[in-house]
Design a protein around this ligand. Structure first.
Ligand code: K7E
Ligand code: CUA
Length: 670
């Protein structure tokens, strides 16, 4: 990393020199060439800089992010796809979008949701309207961790709009599981993992009667509840293990973001809340609207959950079962010392544990400070029963001053906090449209300023909420790069209709003090990312092709449904077609069935060449498959309509790709 920094610094010096030269000195072309060559920069660059009117900062930004063809990015950012229901993989520092990962929403290029059986979408839940749920509101991505470090194996993400958690396997960047929470229709504090990915935390947002049942809003305080679900992750299987998961019942406050403790705070989870007023809205009935009713109190409650104790309580049988979920009731949570509250300033958003695990930083949207709590203080207060009473549900409230370490005034609308390797924290300021850099008295502290001080505020464009620093929520953040995920882009891009893209701005955070600079603007035109994580690219051990020919990508093992040669097996009304694909033909090229027959296709891509993907579609059948090298997919349908249906390869896989075709003929019943 040092050498890279050195190179960038060297490069910048050269460019600044060149820039000065280009602006003040306009000699004849040959003299210019000599001078520019002496500074190590091609002469043409000076013309471009001048012609495009680039400032020294522009040039610095350009050379900081430019990635020569065939060179790879140092980091990969996984950004939630918001309403698109997907996840984006983005290279850093180039900010090139490398991949959209289909998660909650059908995606035809990846053959996700259009007839291929080997996707978890086939088991998508049924929504309130009786239809299959075919999208999600992707919120917070969480990479799997080992000892508090990203290990590059799995990625999890929550669906706020349906209360689900997705599991993505980073060997092939495919979604393997959509775990539906049987108790709630929504979530928000999801996904967050414990330091060894023992559990994936899913906190609810808007309280509901638990178990997805009816209760009138007039019975809000009695019947509505919040929830924290601890999904057990089976790493060997790559799946959430619902049987060994549990949930903790919470009061009907609106729980917000979560984080898992680490180091000295390992074993604890922290979840913010708002609407401790328990406002129930009803503006149409003359009641205060939610936005007023939920912001009356000066303090809400940081939920502090001892998940190791919760685990023990479950082992000891101290739970109830609701819709198959082991539920620790509020009563048990209080009795067993599993749940505590700490007052936190007004309408908080992010709860972020510092790299050492010693502190928890809470950003209150309606308070200009971040509040820092200490895990030692919290443990001592619990030990000494230093409480300021209980909430209406009997949960002990730890005295604010006993838990608090300090408050740092940053500015207006603080939302989320990330960390770097110099001892700085970064907090997004929504109303200020700025990133605040401030010091944390944590490990690896090299920042020149004293701890707990605001160092700088760098403007971003505009209305920043989510942020991500390189490995910025692990036990050892990398610093160097930071991305501000802005909610409004206003005038940053060409107008392409009134619905404007989100703007992801890359920043250089490598140097201390007031030196943060925006380097790049990346428009995202397909949803509002809610958070992102940035991992060192060399931690990702991705397959180039599937390990063996005939690979079932859902089970991640060899499928018994593949054949090397085409064959058709007829059994009464069932027609099974085993079809290998190789450049540039299908085998067979004719599939002859009769009206009403049930057809199952097993398609295997025999290729071992990197990127030799074949696609598959049967015209008129709403079928789209992507069969990557080695993969076997299953497609089942009823041939209900007589006719002739070409099937063809969707990928431009070879010069003769147009000839990669066949005919499905469906003969009318006699
Ligand atoms: Cu509310 Cu978008 Cu889920 Cu923060 S997260 S800004
Ligand atoms: Cu295979 Cu085009």
């Amino acid at each position: 990393m040092k050498s890279v920094l050195f190179k960038i610094a060297g490069c910048l010096a050269g460019v600044t020199l060149l820039f000065t030269f280009a602006m003040v000195y306009t000699p004849c072309a040959s003299a210019k060439n000599e001078k520019a060559a002496a500074s190590g920069i091609p002469a043409d660059a000076s013309f471009i800089i001048k012609d495009r009117g680039l400032s020294p900062d522009d040039v610095t930004a350009a050379v900081s992010t430019y990635m020569p063809s065939g060179k790879y990015d140092e980091y990969v950012m996984f950004a939630s796809g918001g309403q698109s229901g997907q996840v984006f993989a983005i290279g850093i520092p180039s900010m090139r979008i490398l991949r959209t990962i289909a998660v909650f929403t059908p995606e035809p290029w990846q053959g996700y949701g259009f007839g291929v059986e080997e996707t978890p979408l086939t088991n998508a839940p049924i929504g309130g309207d009786g239809q299959k749920v075919m999208w999600g509101d992707s919120h917070h991505p969480a990479l799997s961790e080992t000892n508090g470090e990203y290990d590059g194996q799995y990625l999890f993400i929550g669906d706020k709009s349906h209360g689900r958690i997705a599991v993505i396997d980073l060997r092939d960047y495919e979604t393997k599981q959509l775990a539906d929470n049987p108790l709630m229709n929504n979530d928000h504090g999801a996904a967050f993992v414990t330091p060894n990915t023992e559990y994936i935390i899913e906190g609810s947002q808007y309280s509901e009667p638990l178990g997805k049942v009816y209760a009138p809003i007039s019975e809000y305080k009695e019947k509505y509840r919040g929830l924290a679900t601890f999904w057990k992750f089976d790493r060997a299987l790559g799946r959430i293990d619902a049987d060994n998961s549990f949930a903790v019942e919470l009061p009907p406050y609106w729980q917000d973001l979560a984080d898992a403790g680490k180091g000295p705070s390992d074993g604890w989870a922290f979840i913010n809340s708002f609407n401790t007023e328990m406002a129930t809205g009803g503006i149409e009935k003359g009641n205060p609207p939610f936005e007023a009713g939920t912001t009356e109190r000066d303090m809400d409650y940081l939920h502090v959950i001892n998940w190791k104790k919760a685990e023990e309580a479950v082992k000891a049988g101290k739970f109830e079962t609701l819709n198959g979920v082991k539920l620790i009731t509020l009563k048990t949570a209080v009795a067993e010392g599993i749940l505590y509250f700490i007052p936190e300033p007004k309408s908080p958003h992010g709860a972020d544990v510092t790299p050492s695990g010693k502190y928890i930083v809470v950003a209150g949207k309606l308070d200009p400070h971040v509040t820092v709590y200490g895990i030692e203080n919290i443990k001592k207060a619990i030990e000494a029963k230093d409480f300021e009473g209980t909430d209406p549900y009997g949960v002990p409230i730890i005295r604010f001053d006993a838990a608090k370490v300090t408050q740092v005034e940053l500015g207006l609308g603080p939302l989320h906090t990330q960390f770097d390797n110099q001892g700085y924290a970064y907090t997004s300021l929504f109303l200020d449209s700025a990133i605040a850099r401030w010091t944390v008295g944590d490990d690896k502290f090299t920042a020149p300023e004293k701890p707990w001080t605001l160092v700088a505020k760098t403007p971003v464009q505009f209305n920043v909420g989510h942020i991500a620093a390189a490995e910025g929520d692990t036990v050892s953040p990398d610093g160097k790069y930071f991305v501000s995920l802005n909610k409004w882009s206003v005038d940053r891009f060409s107008f392409i209709g009134p619905l404007l893209p989100q703007n992801l701005q890359l920043m250089d955070i490598s140097k201390p003090g007031d030196s943060m600079k925006v380097l790049y603007d990346l428009p995202i035109g397909s949803g509002e990312p809610h958070y992102a994580q940035i991992i060192k690219a060399d931690k990702l051990k991705t397959w180039e092709v599937y390990p063996e020919v005939g690979w079932d990508t859902l089970k991640q093992q060899k499928s018994d449904r593949m054949t090397l040669e085409g064959k058709v097996v007829r059994n009464g009304n069932n027609v099974e077609v085993y079809m290998p694909l190789i450049r540039s033909h299908f085998d067979p090229e004719h599939i002859e069935v009769e009206e009403g027959q049930h057809v199952t296709l097993y398609l295997t891509n025999l290729e071992r060449t990197v990127d030799a993907t074949h696609g598959f579609s049967i015209c008129g059948f709403n079928i789209s498959a992507s069969i990557e090298p080695g993969e076997t997919v299953t497609i089942e349908f009823d041939a209900n309509k007589p006719g002739v249906y070409p099937y063809y390869c969707l990928e431009f896989c070879s010069a003769l790709h147009l000839e990669m075709i066949g005919y499905l003929t469906v003969k009318p019943k006699a």
